[in-house]
Design a binder for this molecule. Structure first.
Ligand code: RP5
Length: 166
């Protein structure tokens, strides 16, 4: 938990999701975005989930990154209870490798959107980057950091070599 008022909430259905969701938190930390992170299970603690979503806007959250696996209803249910944008992260599941999580999150019926990302750690990191990009539309300092982050990736890609024998 950071001490500043959080702008982004990171929630997940279980602490078993942390290995994936920590990549979202790492990215928020890297950009210095105030966040909060906690377990909010849709099926094990539905009343808490509703309270979290209902209070999100008044508490100043500008986005919620929600990760879950299997029948992953957490992002959609949170989105149903708040107009704060929800970024859904499908966590890889034991038996269906997260394809179930992905389809559960991405197939929201018209009217209640959940921006859905890739399965696993890339999805978690990209969900954070999207939330950061959204905040950067009204925060020039953050926009500069995002530009620098992209430029660094470009440099790294240009410096890539291949192990081709002469
Ligand atoms: C979901 O069930 C969680 O998001 C997690 O991905 C999955 C398994 O949870 P555990 O049984 O590991 O707590 O609610």
């Amino acid at each position: 938990m950071m001490t500043q008022t959080p702008l982004i909430g990171v929630v997940m259905g279980s602490n078993s999701d942390w290995a994936t969701m920590q990549h979202a938190v790492d990215m928020l930390k890297e950009f210095g975005v105030p966040y909060e992170a906690q377990v909010v299970s849709a099926h094990r603690m539905p009343d808490d989930m509703f309270r979290y979503a209902e209070s999100a806007k008044a508490r100043g959250l500008r986005g919620i990154i929600a990760g879950a696996g299997g029948a992953a209803h957490l992002p959609g249910m949170i989105a149903a209870k708040t107009i704060v944008p929800v970024f859904g992260v499908p966590v890889a599941s034991k038996y269906l490798r997260g394809e179930d999580s992905l389809l559960s999150i991405v197939q929201m019926p018209k009217g209640i959107p959940v921006a859905t990302f890739a399965i696993g750690e890339a999805g978690a990191a990209n969900a954070a980057l999207s939330a950061i990009a959204m905040l950067a539309t009204t925060d020039d300092e953050l926009a500069k950091k995002l530009d620098a982050f992209r430029a660094k990736q470009t440099e790294a890609a240009r410096a890539m070599t291949l192990p081709i024998a002469e």
